[in-house]
Write a protein that binds this ligand. Sequence first.
Ligand code: SAH
Ligand code: SF4
Ligand code: F3S
Length: 480
Amino acid sequence: MNLIQDLDVLDNLDAPKLVPESIGTNGRKLYLETYGCQMNVADSEVVAAVLQEGGYGLTSDPMQADVVLLNTCAIRENAEQKVRQRLGVFRAKKRKENPDLLIGVLGCMAERLRHKLLEEEKLVDLVVGPDAYRDLPRLIGERGLNGQAAVNVQLSKEETYADIAPVRYDSNGISAFVSIMRGCNNMCSFCVVPFTRGRERSRPVNSILAECADLLERGYKEVTVLGQNVNSYHFEQDGTVVSFAELLYRISLLSPELRIRYSTSHPKDCSDDLLYVHAERHNICNYIHLPVQHGNTEMLRRMRRTYSREQYLELVEKAYRIVPNLSLSTDIIAGFCGETEEEHRDTLSLLKQVRYDHAYMFMYSERPGTYAARKYQDDIPEDLKKRRLSEIIDLQTRIAADKNRADVGSLQTILVEGTSKRRIDQLFGRTDANKVVIFDAHNYQPGQYVQVRITGSTSATLLGEPLGVTTLAESVLQVA
Ligand code: SAH
Ligand code: SF4
Ligand code: F3S
């Protein structure tokens, strides 16, 4: 799953906000801050919906807020540290300026740290886990009444928030996340997500289709379908099981002009059907985030990823064969328990072999309670982890720069998302392969599909020259 921090590339780009401020019926205002992955962004939109229904308005200024909620991430130690620092800032504001301010922790840190946050650190008024957001209005009320911290970190086997229409408060009105499942059953040995988000469950097909149709009606052009492992989506309806490939196919039929992406796809169950759906449907982007994590089979075994290097490479080869112009991205962990120099070099050689367009690369961070924390020693010293990570990043940056350079001269269809912050006379959008393209605005508008010729590149972005407005259906014929 791509992390929000990884969207740093967009730092210099701006997108219009639809709902900067709103006034609720109870006159109180909510400020929400989101950390972690796209799933958390989608969850914050559910939280906004629940609290709007509960009478709260929204503000983008924490100084104006009566309730501050941080939707947190526990994936690595530094993600948690960042949230702790932020809590310190809000705590000081509460002490000095606004004793009535309520501060809450939502999301993936809630379950694990509730005792610490409430007792040792005495930082928060509310602790609410990812499956308890419907309970938020009640919990806030309870906290107000009795002065005790309010807690609900119960995980659920059923909750998918299927019936809640997310409030897209920080949206560009063009591209939206649609959550199709929650939790994870995979138990990769390094990963805390199964503990923070509980068992996997799939959201009903019809509610997903209805949400996508509603987005279309409101002018959205792109959906990114989300789950920790979308490939294991399955939902039984009228006696038949709908797989992820089938679900995507049905979403793609809603409109030929709706562009579809998804994340994250676990290599262990990326089906042939899915690859054929990519090949057949022009509006499903030919881009797959297919995290490998490591390039060595023994390390993959210890990571409990359930595939070998060879199986992964076979899958990549098959995917490149079935899906024309396919782009791949990945996640990599450097310095996992017991990693030898030779095993590390296998990750480098795998990067060279696959030639991903993009990679999210991390140093291993031990997470309490995981299989790795219980069974293996986190024995790679920090400076060695750092060195290995920087070798991985250097290599991948070169590969991405080469691949971007190879795009120069090509025609691409981009969905325009907004104005460049650095230059208001420039717009930006993404290619089918999820690459950011910056180009002169002329009279083009956000929300349009524009055909561009790529004229320049860096390792992170492309520059383009716009050739004209197009449609997604048309562009399949035009872009060779
Ligand atoms: N469900 C997604 C991953 C979600 S977490 C998937 O299976 O692909 C996003 C990424 O964070 C993971 O792919 C992994 O590369 C990284 N990650 C997870 N746990 C980590 C840890 N303990 N230390 C470092 N990186 C980790
Ligand atoms: Fe974590 Fe593995 Fe589940 Fe991804 S598939 S969320 S890495 S346990
Ligand atoms: Fe996402 Fe972080 Fe939770 S990556 S699932 S918010 S631990």
